[in-house]
Design a protein around this ligand. Structure first.
Ligand SMILES: [Zn+2]
Length: 412
């Protein structure tokens, strides 16, 4: 029986969103958390972008060290042979790629302005797949941008060509959030049956259906006999109205009515990490979690009205579909309401030693302490807000990696 896997695209779709952004250290922490949760793959960035190079390289180094394991780290590039060359020049160790090209007539005529036709699109994609293979790519996903507005016969032709040339997955991008659960189910099932390739389901939330469409699309892939790779982002962060929220999608797959009996996760996800991850992403992106966000919103387990409160007190299952501990809530959070010593780009050694002592990090000598402090100061230059405990621990544990992550060299 085919299965469902999760590909998180926070570090690609999330960070490219208007008004949103993460430092390279924060992107790395996201990858660490996704790995801890058991997410199959992180789309960890843009290998053709100069300022990403050292970050991507150092995360691949962490993978080699066994730290970022077993998560798979995949890059996003445009499907052109030239971009593949650049990607492997800047990040030689990259092994997993998604190659993206527009497939709808709207985008082909609207973006290429008559310079490309459908045949050209297929040829560009084939050239890119062949280039990626020749550079040693181990897994290749081919992204059909605006797939939901693409003629289905052309989409099948495009996907068959991708498969024939060695692509492992087709990413069906509902780029504008145009699908509904019925339409995406039908299209994905048709693709699975007619192409016979694993399908990635990439949904946006412009009509508020990203999660529902992701679940329906996954069902379509499996009913058509293929594995489903749902694209998600933490807290749903992504272009415009966002992508499918990873936690909501995981909950929908594992807890919605009768779904799990037939459709299973290929790799278990540890939802008890969800609360921490959602909170970190909210802090790092500086975007508050809405009160009514599923599972992690302030109201997700709050009950005020008489009938609800009475019912929950008698038995939580009366008004709660799952327990708060299942998503990692329930621990007491200590918030200092008095004096606070936190990290900053102008921190000194005394305050720094105090901060690190509180999280039980001790240095072998003052030279080591000063080195780590220097890295923390640089990290603060990038984040522009106090580092969280996990970031401080990361820097203290992997100073060489941190140094690489914090190095930005324009025009080199
Ligand atoms: Zn997208």
């Amino acid at each position: 029986m085919p299965e469902i896997f999760f590909i998180d695209v926070t570090n690609r779709d999330g960070v490219q969103t208007a008004h949103f952004g993460l430092s390279k250290l924060e992107k790395t922490m996201v990858n660490m958390y996704l790995n801890e949760m058991g997410i199959f793959q992180a789309e960890f960035g843009f290998p053709t972008t100069n300022h990403e190079s050292l970050y991507l390289q150092s995360n691949l180094e962490l993978a080699k060290m066994g730290v970022l394991q077993p998560i798979r780290l995949g890059g996003w590039v445009r499907a052109t042979a030239q971009d593949i060359e650049t990607a492997f020049r800047l990040v030689p160790d990259i092994r997993h790629l998604n190659l993206s090209i527009s497939t709808s007539d709207q985008m082909i005529s609207g973006k290429f302005q008559g310079k490309k036709n459908r045949e050209d699109i297929i040829q560009m994609m084939i050239d890119a797949v062949e280039a990626a293979k020749s550079h040693g790519a181990e897994s290749i996903g081919v992204n059909a941008e605006d797939a939901s507005r693409t003629n289905i016969d052309f989409l099948i032709e495009f996907a068959l060509a991708a498969k024939e040339h060695g692509a492992h997955r087709l990413r069906y991008c509902d780029t504008l959030g145009y699908d509904n659960p019925f339409s995406i189910y039908k299209t994905i099932k048709t693709l699975a049956q007619n192409v016979g390739i694993a399908l990635e389901i990439h949904c946006h939330n412009d009509l508020g259906m990203a999660v529902a469409n992701s679940v329906a699309g996954a069902k379509g892939a499996i009913d058509g006999g293929q594995d489903a790779y749902i694209n998600v982002t933490i807290n749903g962060y992504g272009e415009r109205a966002g992508n499918a929220d990873s936690l909501s999608t995981a909950l929908a797959v594992t807890k919605s009515k009768d779904f799990l009996e037939k459709y299973q996760l290929g790799k278990p996800i540890d939802l008890t990490r969800a609360w921490k991850v959602a909170k970190f992403a909210s802090y790092a992106f500086a975007v508050p979690i809405p009160m009514n966000q599923p599972a992690v919103g302030a109201n997700a387990f709050a009950h005020a009205s008489g009938i609800h409160a009475d019912g929950v007190l008698k038995n939580p299952e009366n008004y709660e579909l799952y327990d708060f501990t299942e998503v990692g809530r329930g621990e007491t959070e200590l918030v200092d309401t008095g004096r606070e010593i936190c990290s900053g780009q102008y921190s000194g050694i005394s305050g720094f030693r105090h901060i690190m002592g509180q999280i039980a990090v001790h240095f072998k000598d003052s030279e080591e302490a000063r080195e780590i402090l220097e890295l923390v100061r640089y990290a603060n230059v990038e984040t522009q807000k106090p580092l969280v405990e996990d970031e401080l621990l990361f820097i203290a544990k992997y100073p060489q990696i941190a140094k690489k992550l914090l190095t930005l060299k324009p025009f080199e």
